[in-house]
Design a protein around this ligand. Structure first.
Ligand SMILES: [Zn+2]
Length: 71
């Protein structure tokens, strides 16, 4: 009984938070999601990250630059 599959081989993953290498999909250190060290060029997550960064920057501006009340 031999199954012709390569899924039995361990795949090296890397935590996206603390960059810890692990063989499971979850980081043993911080419990964060671990994925393949070499992700695709275009990932939807990256897109969202870009938007989130822009939103964060915009929010910071609004918080930092406190518009003085006009008399
Ligand atoms: Zn981690």
């Amino acid at each position: 009984m031999s199954a012709h599959t390569t899924e039995g081989q361990p795949t090296l993953h890397r935590c996206r938070s603390c960059r810890t290498y692990t063989l499971s999909g979850t980081c043993p250190r911080c419990g964060g999601p671990a994925g393949t060290p070499h992700p695709a060029k275009y990932s939807p997550e990256d897109r969202y990250a870009k938007y989130r960064r822009a939103l964060l920057a915009d929010d910071r501006r609004k918080n930092t630059v406190d518009a003085p009340p006009r008399a």
